[in-house]
Unconditional design. Structure first.
Length: 122
């Protein structure tokens, strides 16, 4: 019986350690225009963003109304000063549409760069 408890404790500890290694961070974003992410159009409104992974490469989930609309690979790019607010960067395409390229989470000294995953898709 004691061996079983020790085994359960070890497994629980390993799960906690694994969760810490792939910590999830969250942010929010208010879009004021249509933006495309991996071929999906995000309309103006509020979105939750969650990214998982051990930098510099993470998986970014874009969520609205508790539904994940897109999951995209992103790269963490550090900066000297914290971002003053939640923001984003976009690139205008030849057809007039705009593609989400970066996310700047408020108060963080980094941004999430989506350009590599977008280039791989195109």
């Amino acid at each position: 019986m004691k061996l079983s408890r020790i085994g359960m404790t070890v497994v629980a500890g390993m799960l906690l350690f694994a969760a810490g290694a792939f910590a999830q961070e969250k942010g929010s974003l208010a879009l004021t225009e249509n933006l495309t992410v991996q071929g999906k159009v995000l309309t103006p409104g509020s979105y939750k963003l969650e990214w998982v992974g051990k930098g510099p490469n993470v998986q970014l989930n874009i969520i609205r109304d508790n539904a994940t609309l897109a999951t995209v690979a992103a790269t963490i790019v550090t900066s000297a000063a914290p971002n003053s607010g939640n923001g984003y960067g976009a690139r205008k395409e030849a057809d007039g549409s705009k593609v989400l390229e970066a996310y700047y989470p408020q108060g963080k000294k980094f941004s999430l760069d989506l350009t590599q995953s977008q280039a791989a898709k195109n």
